[in-house]
Ligand binder design. Sequence first.
Ligand code: NAD
Ligand code: DAU
Length: 332
Amino acid sequence: MAELLVTGGAGFIGSNFVHHVLAHTDHTVTVLDKLTYAGNRASLDGLDPDRFRFVQGDICDADAVDPLVAAADAVVHYAAESHNDNSLNDPTPFLHTNLIGTFTLLEAVRRHRVRYHHISTDEVYGDLELDDPQRFTEATPYNPSSPYSSTKAGSDLLVRAWVRSFGIEATLSNCSNNYGPYQHVEKFIPRQVTNVLDGGRPKLYGQGLNVRDWIHADDHSSAVLTILERGRIGETYLIGADGERNNRQVIETILRLLGRPVDGYDHVNDRAGHDLRYAIDSTKLRTELGWAPAFGDFEAGLARTIDWYRDHESWWRPQKQATEAKYAAVGQ
Ligand code: NAD
Ligand code: DAU
């Protein structure tokens, strides 16, 4: 049994990880989360108080971070500003949280010699052509496009430097696009699902030929736990589930699953600098650590996710109107 400190545990993937850890291990968990617009305390409702505690705080605040890291056996760092569109409107919080926040955690980990796992994204590698036979691997050079992905790339490089220069015990993972419960309605899949549930229409950026490599958040969690338990220190592992789909296909599938005509969506303004395609080769994680995703079928996972949003309107409703107003202001 270990005590895990999970930063950003009230966000989408962090909360899925906390639920996964409590269900599949005997570890205890402390969540450190600032509860920004993206954090939702309700995503952690009902967890066993003997094995779970919540602390509201900022990862950039060294005084808040230090005692929590000192008391932990391992830190799993999810907290971030995570949305590309927001990073184009105002990069400032991305610089603070993704870079200074990671630096603050690394310094505490260094002081207290605590195991650290760093959560990152495939976006650090830039994008691929649609017909490129290569997918991203651990050897792909960094080439981020957006303020979001460049700050995530910077945070990855900080971790690698702290491993080499200070000998901290860290691993890193870079995952593709997640879907599942507890994802904020600003993101692609929840936005379209809740638009349709509200009687509205999905909104497709540009022509919608951009490809994302979808993985269920629970598969991301099992991969992170595997790396935490068996990953080699200093190593990076790419996490993906062979889920490439273009955005138009995803919207058409959502409409079909919800019983609507598949052409019932709107084209809206494209994203500036919009990455064309992400695709992950997760061979290293699968062969070295024996991990495999449980959600082999994207459409089945998507149907379950749609059911979750249908059944949890009270979770997403408070954010919906303000989120759509922000998009409408920029023609999206
Ligand atoms: P999210 O936006 O849903 O959640 C982020 C959480 O971090 C929120 O609870 C927020 O309150 C918290 N937070 C933000 N700033 C903070 C600060 N300064 N101090 C403490 N807490 C703070 O994000 P997500 O989609 O769950 O992503 C989590 C992590 O996974 C990020 O590091 C992201 O880069 C990475 N990632 C995401 C995806 C994806 O598809 N969403 C894929 C690969 C990697
Ligand atoms: O690849 C991993 C990344 O996936 C994570 O690092 C990010 O934190 C996460 O937000 C996600 O980034 P994307 O930019 O790929 O996700 P988003 O949900 O914003 O958009 C997915 C695709 O859908 C992208 O091509 C833009 C498009 N899109 C998005 C929205 C919100 C639309 O066509 N319409 C929309 O309304």
